[in-house]
Design a protein around this ligand. Structure first.
Ligand SMILES: NC(=O)c1ccc[n+]([C@@H]2O[C@H](COP(=O)([O-])OP(=O)(O)OC[C@H]3O[C@@H](n4cnc5c(N)ncnc54)[C@H](O)[C@@H]3O)[C@@H](O)[C@H]2O)c1
Length: 252
C-alpha cells in the first residue's frame, strides 16, 4: 500500500503500459484517475476496476490539446481532490519521412509526445506547490538515447521528455515536488504489436537482441512507476530509470 489515500492521475491509461500503471497504483491503495482518447476502452476499464473494489475514474482527453486536458483535470479534481502524483504516459510512435512530413504532422506528434508533459505539469503543479509535495513521472523511452532507423522524430520527442524532466526537477524540487522519467525498452503492448505487424521480420530480430531473452510485460514498467510516485523514492529527483532488461548496455 505504497500509495494509500493518494490521488494518482495517468494519461493514456486505457491500454498498454498506462493501464498497467493505473492498476498497480490502485493495488497500492491510490484513487486513480486516467484519461485517454479511447473512450470505449477507458469507460470499460473504469467499470472493471470499480467492480473489483478499486477507486477509479476515467475522463476522455486528448493530451495533444490543452483545453481537452484542462477539462478532464477539472472533472477529475472535482471527484478525487487535488492530484498528488501525475504520470505522463500517453504517446504514439512516429515513423515519418523527414522530407514528406508536414508541419501539421510534426506539431500534432510533438503536442502528444512532448508538449503534453508540460501541459500536465502546468495543471497539476499549482496544487502540488501549495501542498509542498508531489511526484511527476514521465514515460520516455530507450529511444531518447539510442534510436532505430525510420523512427523520425520519435527519438527527438523522447529526448525532449528527459530534458523537460530535468527542467521540472530543478525548478520544482525546492517545493518538494519530484520529477522523474522512466525509459522502457521493448514492452509487449499494442504499439509494439502494430510495429511487428507492419514489419514482421522485426519480431525475431528484436527478440534476438534482448539481454534477458524476452521483452517486458507492462506490469514490470508499472512497478517502477509506483515506486517513483511513492515516498520510498523521497530523494529521487531528475532521474531517468531505464527499464529495458539491460539492452542499453549492449554494443551490438
Ligand atoms: N511499448 C513499448 O515498447 C514502449 C517502449 C518505450 C516507451 N514506450 C512509451 O510508453 C508509453 C505507452 O506506450 P504503450 O506501449 O502502452 O502504447 P499503447 O498504444 O499500447 O497505449 C497508449 C495509450 O495512450 C492512448 N493515447 C494515444 N494518444 C493519446 C492522446 N493524444 N491523448 C490521450 N491518450 C492517448 C492510447 O489510446 C492508448 O490507450 C508511450 O509514451 C510510449 O512512447 C513504449
Amino acid at each position: 500500500m505504497k500509495l494509500k489515500g493518494q490521488h494518482i492521475f495517468v494519461t493514456g491509461g486505457a491500454a498498454g503500459i498506462g493501464a498497467a500503471i493505473v492498476l498497480d497504483a490502485a493495488q497500492e491503495g491510490a484513487k486513480v484517475s486516467f484519461c485517454d482518447i479511447n473512450v470505449e476502452g477507458g469507460k470499460a476499464y473504469e467499470a472493471e476496476l470499480n467492480s473489483k473494489g478499486f477507486q477509479a475514474m476515467f475522463h476522455e482527453a486528448d493530451v495533444g490539446q490543452f483545453e481537452s486536458l484542462e477539462k478532464a483535470h477539472k472533472a477529475i479534481v472535482a471527484k478525487f481532490g487535488d492530484i498528488n502524483g501525475a504520470v505522463n504516459n500517453a504517446g504514439v510512435n512516429s515513423n515519418a519521412d523527414p522530407v514528406q512530413m508536414t508541419d501539421a504532422e510534426w506539431n500534432r506528434f510533438m503536442n502528444v509526445d512532448l508538449k503534453s508533459v508540460w501541459h500536465t505539469a502546468k495543471l497539476v503543479l499549482p496544487a502540488m506547490r501549495k501542498a509542498k509535495k508531489g511526484s511527476i513521472v514521465n514515460i520516455a523511452s530507450i529511444h531518447a538515447r539510442m534510436s532505430y532507423p525510420k523512427y523520425f522524430p520519435y527519438a527527438a520527442a523522447k529526448a525532449g521528455v528527459i530534458g523537460l524532466t530535468h527542467n521540472l526537477a530543478l525548478d520544482e524540487g525546492i517545493h518538494n515536488i519530484r520529477t522523474n522519467a522512466v525509459s522502457p525498452g521493448y514492452t509487449l503492448t499494442d504499439i509494439l504489436e502494430k510495429w511487428f505487424t507492419q514489419l514482421p521480420e522485426k519480431r525475431a530480430e528484436s527478440l534476438a537482441v534482448q539481454v534477458m531473452g524476452r521483452m517486458a510485460q507492462p506490469s514490470e514498467i508499472a512497478k517502477v512507476v509506483s515506486f517513483l510516485l511513492s515516498d520510498d523514492a523521497s530523494f529521487v529527483n531528475g532521474a531517468d530509470w531505464i527499464v529495458d532488461g539491460g539492452l542499453h548496455a549492449r554494443f551490438a
